[in-house]
Structures are given as C-alpha cells and as structure tokens.
Ligand binder design. Structure first.
Ligand code: ACO
Length: 462
C-alpha cells in the first residue's frame, strides 16, 4: 500500500467520497486478484488525524457477489468511530484539551458546571447563560419520592455503582417524554435533569449503604457543596463543607468530565445511536464505567495499596506484577497515554494539598514508592506504562472519608457531563446511524439439525 498526495484518482463507483477533499489517496494493490484500488484519504482533523473510510474498502473483492473487504479491529485499537469537536488527546505528548482549552487551565480556573457547559456548547458561557444553567441544574436536583423506595429495595451491601446504574435507568420511566430526542427543548431538559439528579442518586446510594436517612438537595449551596451535603450532612441545620474538599472535588470533577471515545462514552454513543432516551444511554455508560479496567480502577488502586500494606513490600509486589503471576499495577498504563496522563500530574499535586489538611499516611508513602519503583523499572518504561488519573484519586477520596466502593460513583457524577455532550453531538451528526459492527464468522459452516434429546421439556419437579 502507498499513499499519494499528488494523485487524486477518483474512487471507483460505489465508494464514498464524502470528506475526501484533497488529502490524497491510498493506492492499494490486491495481490490475490492483481487489481489496483484507489481509496481517498479523508481531510485531516484539526490536529492532523487522518483516516480512510472503512466502507471504501468494500469495493475490494474477488467475486462480484462477495461482501467485500472489511477492517478487523478488536477493541477498536485503530478505528475512529466519529468526528468529534469536544475533546482532544495526544497520548504521546500527554495533552488533554476540552474544546481546545488545556485541562491544566480548566482545572486551575474553571468550575465544573462551566466545564459542563463548555463541553456541550463548544464555548465558555457568558455570565447570563451560566447563571441560568446553574439555576436550572440546581432546581432539578430533586428526584421523585418513589426513587427513595426504589433505592431502599437494594440490599444494605449493594455496590453503589449497581444502585446508580439501576436508578439512572429507572429515571427514564419517570420522564417518558425524554424519548423525544430530536426535540432540542426536550434534549435540553433531559440534559439538565441528568446533570442535576445523578449527584442526588449518587448521594442516596451512599446514604442507603450506610443506613442513613436520605438528605434532600439544598438549593442554596453550590453544585459541589450540595453534593457533599447530601453525602455527609447529619443533624446540623446548615451544612458547611470543608473548602479544601470542595476545591478538590471541583478539580477532580473537571478532570473526569470527558475523555473522548473511551469505553463508557462509546457505550453511551452506541446505546444512544438506537435513539433510546438519554437516561437509558447514560445508564449504559455507568455500567461500562463500573469495570475495573475503566472507572473501577481507582477503587482497585486503593485495594492494591492496602494489600501491599507497608512500603517495605513495594519491591516484591512490583516483582510479582512483572512475573505476570499477580495482578497488574493498578492505576498504571493507559490505552491512549503513552508518555504521562496529564490529569495524573494535577491529581498528584492536589493529593499533597489535601494531605496537608488531613495529614499524610502510610498509604500515600506506599503510592509514592510504587510510582518511583515503576518509573525506573524497564518493564514499565519499555511498555510506556505511567501513572494514570486513577493512581492518586483513590487516596484523595479516601482522605475525604469516601468509602472505596464509592470512588467510581464520583467518577460517574463528573463523566455525566461528557457523556451528554457526546450523546448530543452524536445525534446531531448526520453521518451517524445505529452502531452495528461487523464480524468475521469463524463458527461451523451450514449443517443439518440432528437432535439427540429424548425429552425436550424436562420438569425439575415430578
Ligand atoms: N501493570 C502491569 N503490566 C501492564 C499494565 C499494568 N497496569 N498495563 C499494561 N501492562 C502490560 C501488559 O501486560 C502488556 O504486556 P505484554 O506486552 O508483555 O503482554 C502491555 O503492558 C500492554 O498492555 P495492554 O493490555 O495491551 O494495554 P492496553 O492499552 O490494552 O491496556 C489498560 C490499557 C487497560 C489501562 C491497562 O494498562 C491496565 O490494565 N491498567 C491497569 C488498570 C487501570 O489503571 N485502568 C485505568 C485506566 S484509566 C481510566 O479508565 C480512567
């Protein structure tokens, strides 16, 4: 195969040419048939990403009635599923930007709801629009009283992510009109409702697990303060959140707000592409986030650190990871970042700020030793495994007295902003259709049914 900038050979009949405005063509010679094909290379994106349309390969076939060539890409290692203007990541250089703004600047200067607006609308909000946005989200934080009964039905030890997945899906039944996804007004109210109610449901799942009464939202408080109030308030008439904790949570929410086409976002887009309501689509995202290879990693990091138990055990743990016999070094490695995760840098600094307030402990010492040992070990260096955002977040959350199984819930509260922005972008993208990958079938060829059962409907009770 060779790419050519000069030749602009027209694609053969049937091939799509949309978006092929001058980046050249890919000349393909099929050694099976000896035939040559010309496939347009799409215009590069803002940062130079290029691709060919997978559909343009379908013209490559040996027989006229053949299906045509597909691409085979398990886990989507090299497939762009959409064009997106929301988040940019350069994994080699450790860059993360929302709508062009560097994550470092947003974490330092913006609020979470400002970032949620930015992700959705593409620009920073003007004051008037921001005031309305904050007002609307604040006034939609209450959930239907029946939701409380729904949550009370869970066992006392139910994982809060299971409760959150189920209750967000259940919201769809309270707002059946949300299925009118092509009505921009309806989309807006659904987005506001989700951003407003997910923190309430998250806090309720915490209170249920603790056997504590649910705390209703307090509309006089900011987004983060209200969340902390719903989680932690006891008998005090007015909850006053620790300002360091508020700042830390605001920053962590910003860092987790979006991360382009990751597993949970792809789940939201794929489920949303069936044109289901956004409550159901976001519930799918929460389910995807729950897994330990994704959002569940922050919980796994803390479990790992507690298992290591003492800084003196760090090296033997690293050796076990390297041998492949033990678990992976949780909080290390990333599908996209192959130098460092820019969020991890911010989180490490934040961890120090929080620990200054609440005091250092041995787990932080273990984390620092683990990081130091891994960063000078060829196993990790050669595989480009660096700390990811989750390496230090668990330590911060724990110092704020959140239980381990609640960490991923905090991630979900923040990521709701990104999922919704991505969901709406997908709906407004004329090129998108219902997500439906292909497969390479490797099962048996056609064969005749020859059953061997003598009793087709056995009863367990005689
Ligand atoms: N510890 C030890 N070895 C690792 C780790 C790790 N954390 N991550 C990858 N490797 C090794 C693999 O064993 C493999 O080695 P090999 O080439 O000798 O077989 C090599 O590095 C490549 O690993 P892959 O699994 O192919 O990398 P991939 O990009 O698919 O995985 C992932 C990325 C899932 C994040 C992985 O690095 C991992 O499991 N990390 C630990 C879990 C974690 O922290 N997840 C959070 C991700 S961030 C987020 O979702 C918010």
């Amino acid at each position: 195969m060779a790419t050519s900038q000069a030749s602009k050979t027209a694609a053969p009949a049937g091939a799509s040419t949309a978006g092929s405005g001058g980046s050249g063509t890919l000349e393909i010679k099929d050694s099976r048939s000896g035939k040559a094909f010309s496939v347009p290379v799409l215009d590069p994106g803002t940062e130079g990403d290029t691709a060919i349309r997978a559909m343009d390969l379908r013209q490559i076939k040996l027989e006229a009635d053949e299906f045509g060539l597909m691409t085979y890409d398990p886990a989507f290692m090299n497939t762009a599923s959409c064009k997106s203007a929301i988040t940019f990541i350069d994994g080699d250089k450790g860059i993360l930007r929302y709508r062009g703004y560097p994550i470092e600047q947003l974490a330092e200067q913006a609020t979470f709801l400002e970032v949620a607006w930015l992700l959705r609308h593409g620009e920073l909000p003007a004051q008037k629009a921001y005031d309305k946005w904050v007002h609307d989200i604040t006034y939609h934080t209450y959930v239907h009283e029946n939701i409380k009964e729904f949550i009370s039905g869970f066992r006392y030890d139910a994982h809060p992510m299971s409760m959150l997945t189920a209750t967000v899906a259940a919201l769809s039944s309270f707002y059946p009109e949300a299925k009118n996804i092509h009505d921009p007004e309806m989309r807006n109210i659904s987005i506001v409702r989700l951003l407003a109610k997910v923190p309430t449901l998250a806090a309720f799942s915490y209170r249920h697990a603790k056997g504590l009464p649910f705390i209703y939202p307090d509309n006089d408080l900011s987004f983060v303060e209200n969340f902390l109030s719903m989680v932690a308030r006891m008998s005090e008439p007015k909850y006053e959140a620790n300002p360091i904790f508020c700042k830390a949570l605001e920053v962590l929410f910003i860092l987790h707000a979006d991360h382009e086409q990751n597993c949970s976002t792809s789940a939201v887009r794929a489920v949303g592409s069936s044109h289901v309501d956004p409550f159901s689509a976001v519930a799918a995202g929460i389910a995807a986030l729950y897994g330990p290879l994704h959002g569940g990693a922050n919980e796994a990091v803390l479990r790992m650190i507690q298992e290591i138990d003492h800084p003196k055990n760090v090296q033997s743990f690293i050796d076990e990871v390297k041998s492949g016999k033990g678990s992976r070094l949780m909080g290390f490695g990333h599908r996209v970042y192959k130098s460092y995760d820019p969020r991890a840098k911010i989180v490490k600094k934040l961890a120090y700020e929080v620990f200054e307030q609440v005091g250092m402990d041995k787990d932080l010492e273990i984390a620092l030793k683990l990081e130091e040992a891994a960063l000078k070990d060829d196993y990790f260096v050669s595989r480009k495994l660096y700390p990811n955002v989750d390496f230090y977040t668990g330590l911060i959350y724990r110092s704020m007295a959140f239980p381990k199984d609640f960490f991923t819930v905090l991630f979900a509260v923040a990521r709701t902003a990104g999922w919704l922005a991505q969901w709406e972008e997908m709906l407004n993208d004329k090129e998108q259709k219902i997500a439906r990958p292909r497969q390479i079938y490797i099962g048996p060829p056609e064969r005749a049914y020859k059953g061997t059962l003598t009793n087709k409907f056995p009863r367990t009770r005689k």
